[in-house]
Design a protein around this ligand. Structure first.
Ligand SMILES: Cc1cc2nc3c(=O)[nH]c(=O)nc-3n(C[C@H](O)[C@H](O)[C@H](O)COP(=O)(O)OP(=O)(O)OC[C@H]3O[C@@H](n4cnc5c(N)ncnc54)[C@H](O)[C@@H]3O)c2cc1C
Length: 424
């Protein structure tokens, strides 16, 4: 019997899901398959997928399971794609449909899927992949990318038949969040709801996006995009529709602009063949990053003595969330003030962030560590930034103490610039 297997990884949705869409259009029988192996593993002592993302993914899966049923499709769970595909191919004449993702482990799995008759699709970005110099800056990419048409999202799959097959049970961890935590309800329905809700805020986005606290100051699309509860194209076309209905502003344009950063890092990772995971990054530069255990311990236990940094670490560890501004400050402090190996902090973010994805995380980190697509050596002043972007209230929310000792972070950053980065 012929059977199409649709692989689910970070494409946990029904709409605009190419592998599901095309499998259901050209096959009578379809089975969905998800493997928990993609949540496993450790890096620099951190669990690759911490409890916040795990909970988000598992909630998304519960919803997807029900939604696929409405199209007649069973979703099976395994801990080993390779083994389960082998068993399925013993029983059925299978063709495997999968979405292509970027990242070394992601690509490794793709080679497992490609051992079978298969069809694969790239739907990670708004724009279709195109040739550009991936070592150059975002502006170089943007000048070309902005001229490209963004394909319309695919619709919904067809109703089909399915088969019964063995499936693992899974349980969800119960997590308690602090009162002020930003908390996300997962799944495709919530993602679409968030998109609709945010249409009321598109004309104020640019003024509020840098705030350190608050829910509606920025779109909060990232967890939904990273798990694939929604596609970037669905967001783009809904945004355009809203602009046509009302008007386009600098602010509404800026949402597209930020989504383009996401596209940029995904395509840089795709073309650079995973150089973004290397200590020497895209630039292939061997800087003398420090390996100072005391600094690392103080940093990860939120005891750096810089309140805005310590508050950010506490927020991340207790909620899985950090605003873009706070991510920039924390990453910059770790690399440019403490002079530590950027990949360790990237692994920390990977573990805790509810919206982690390889391209956005490693692309941004390499950028901060001066081994990515950055043009000039830049250090953030955490105190100045904190005053500008509402850090005083933010610190009160997350830190129940204030540091008393003076830390000369300017001196620290000058020393790191010279010693670690060999810059005058
Ligand atoms: C060190 C560091 C690590 C990061 N790690 C991740 C990560 O693992 N996953 C992740 O999704 N984002 C990451 N980002 C990017 C950015 O911080 C988040 O996408 C953003 O804060 C999410 O909030 P939002 O959805 O409200 O963003 P908005 O400001 O509303 O932006 C809209 C969308 O644009 C995209 N976007 C915005 N800024 C960036 C950016 N700098 N790089 C790439 N895409 C962007 C996101 O998809 C976001 O949802 C990281 C940034 C830094 C500095």
């Amino acid at each position: 019997m012929k059977l199409a297997i649709v692989i689910f990884r970070n494409n946990l949705r029904v709409e605009d899901n190419p592998s599901l869409y095309y499998a259901s259009k050209s096959n009578d029988r379809v089975l969905g398959l998800y493997s928990f192996e993609i949540l496993q593993g450790h890096l620099f002592g951190f669990k690759k997928c911490g409890k916040f993302r795990e909970a988000f993914v598992k909630s998304s899966l519960e919803q997807l399971y029900k939604d696929l049923k409405a199209y007649g499709i069973n979703l099976c769970f395994t801990n080993d794609f390779s083994n389960t595909l082998a068993k399925l191919s013993d029983k059925f004449d299978i063709s495997v449909y999968f979405d292509e993702e970027v990242g070394s482990e992601e690509e490794h799995l793709q080679r497992v899927f490609a051992k079978y008759k298969h069809k694969s699709y790239f739907n990670q970005t708004m724009i279709e992949p195109f040739e550009f110099d991936f070592t150059k800056s975002f502006s170089h990419f943007r000048n070309k990318a902005e001229k490209l048409e963004i394909p319309k999202p695919l619709g919904l799959p067809n109703k089909v038949k399915t088969v019964e097959f063995e499936s693992e049970q899974f349980s969800k961890a119960m997590i308690s969040y602090p009162n002020d935590a930003i908390f996300f309800e997962a799944g495709e329905h919530r993602a679409k709801q968030r998109l609709e809700d945010y249409m009321n805020n598109i004309h104020s986005y640019k003024d509020t996006r840098n705030a350190m606290s608050g829910f509606d100051n920025s779109t909060k699309f990232s967890p939904y995009l990273s798990a694939g509860n929604i596609s970037a194209r669905m967001i783009y076309h809904r945004l355009k529709e809203e602009e046509r209905r009302g008007y386009q502003s600098q602010s509404s344009y800026w949402i597209y602009f930020e989504l383009l950063w996401r596209d940029f890092f995904h395509l840089v990772m795709l073309y650079s063949k995973n150089r973004l995971f290397l200590k020497s990054g895209l630039k292939g530069k061997n800087f003398n990053f420090r390996n100072d255990k005391e600094s690392l311990d103080k940093f990860f236990s939120a005891n750096t003595g810089i309140d805005i940094i310590d508050a950010s670490i506490i927020e991340l560890k207790s909620s899985g969330w950090l605003s873009n501004r706070n991510r920039q400050l924390v990453a910059s402090y770790f690399v440019k003030n403490l002079g530590l190996d950027w990949r360790v902090c990237a692994a920390f973010f990977e573990s805790y962030l509810v919206d982690y994805n390889p391209a956005s995380n490693y692309g941004n980190f390499a950028y901060q560590a001066h081994v990515g697509n950055d043009k000039t050596y830049r250090v953030f002043d955490p105190i100045k930034q904190s005053h500008t972007y509402g850090g005083d209230n933010y610190i009160k929310t997350w830190l129940d103490r204030r540091s008393s000792s003076f830390i000369d972070y300017h001196k620290m950053s000058q020393e790191v610039k010279k010693e670690v980065f060999n810059e005058a």
